[in-house]
Design a protein. Sequence first.
Length: 408
Amino acid sequence: MVEQNRSLELKKHVATIHSNNKLSLLQRKIANALLYNAYDDLLFKEEHQIHIGSLCKLIGYDSNDHKSIKKALVNLLSTVIEWNLVDGNKVDVEGIWNASSIISDASIEGALCTYSYSNKMRKLLHRPELYGRLNMQVQAQFQSSYGLALYENCIRYQNIGQTPWFNLSTFRQLMGIEDGKYKIFRDFKTRVLDKAVEEVNKYSPITVNSQMRKQNRQVVAIQFLIKYDNKTVEALPTLAQGEQTEVLQRTFGLSKKQIAEIFSAYAPEYIAGKITLIENSSSFKANKINHLAKYFLSALQEDYQPLSPKQDKGAAQQKQVEQHKADEYRRFQDKQLYQLFEQRDPAEKEAVLKKFQKYVSKGIYHNLYLRDGLTNILVKDQLCMFLRHEEPDLLGEAVSYEEWVLNQ
């Protein structure tokens, strides 16, 4: 049986988003694609495999030059990332330092790439308590590493509507700018900031606008206001015929004669769809398909479909609109909850805050709370989440979703 293609959404831990690394566009895309491919098995398998054709399709790489892929993998092996740059700088405050290479080893045999992560990275990356949602289909469209880095650093805050203020030196690190490059702010704005904002607004479902904080006429910090626009994302490119030939030969074991007959009988898009369908199936990933060539030919001839039919485009867009509306209501409700909390008796507020401090004591928000209190937008967001679960009476005082919709 063939299962439905899983979502193209990657949950990426914010520690690896808000990290200090100088990755090229190709390296950043590959790192995300490898994690997307391995995510479900991170804690159960020490090694992971992906076909180069599938990797290329995931990152929108339309070329047969696989030397660049191999070079990028080598660079990922030698690239060390340090975290976390935004949610409290523990390096300076507590003398704690976290660092790891992105992947610990990799090999390519034919069209199959095998790779693994260090134990530290596996524990960090799997089932994170805090993550940003990255769409692989969106990331494939980006043309610069700065644009993709800004998308990663903003998408986490889409439900809040704005990022925190990034001081300029931290933001340069988040963008992966080399030391000494674009020191003049005018050059930085033209070559990095404006270009990154333009790409995020063009390729992603969010629109961002930057605003500056100045001190003595010098820009010292940057913040981004975020709006969800529900822009249509272009489909990922299908495998070119040359790449399809390689996959059909090396992966599915088809002869040149069989491949020629396939190309004469079916459209490239149809062939690519069946390749993807089988490669994403649990049976294929578990190496449980016997006579893979025969199985692939049957998939073509009998038009194998996923177990569950895909939603049509209109239904998917409607679902997206409904989700956006639900997110808007949640932001509205959070503001209400915070206002109702502020209106409480001081003694009641103090009792709630004691419970809240215990609630965040085991997570990365604890230091933020001790440092900034409720002035930090991420801490305030956590307080609203806490109020939802621990203070249900407040929810009863808030405007209902139905009332809110009627007033829109």
